[in-house]
Design a protein around this ligand. Structure first.
Ligand SMILES: [Zn+2]
Length: 71
């Protein structure tokens, strides 16, 4: 069952809800009982990323003096 992440705008809490995909768009109440929540990106969608250009280039030493002195 997909997991959806919600954020409560009343108390700022984030929580996860396991629910069928058919109910993905339905509102969820936060654990404190607030109904003013917004759905964040689902974990499923995040793990699905990774197309061309998504790979971040690793920092290449460089720095102020070429990385030789450790500063
Ligand atoms: Zn809340």
């Amino acid at each position: 069952m997909p997991r959806y992440e919600f954020r409560c705008r009343a108390c700022g809490d984030t929580f996860e809800v396991n629910r069928p995909m058919a109910q993905a768009g339905e509102p969820a109440s936060c654990p404190q009982g607030h109904a003013d929540t917004v759905k964040l990106l689902s974990t499923v969608a995040v793990t699905g990323r990774g197309g061309p250009g998504a790979a971040a280039p690793a920092p290449s030493g460089g720095g102020c003096c070429g990385g030789g002195c450790g500063c």
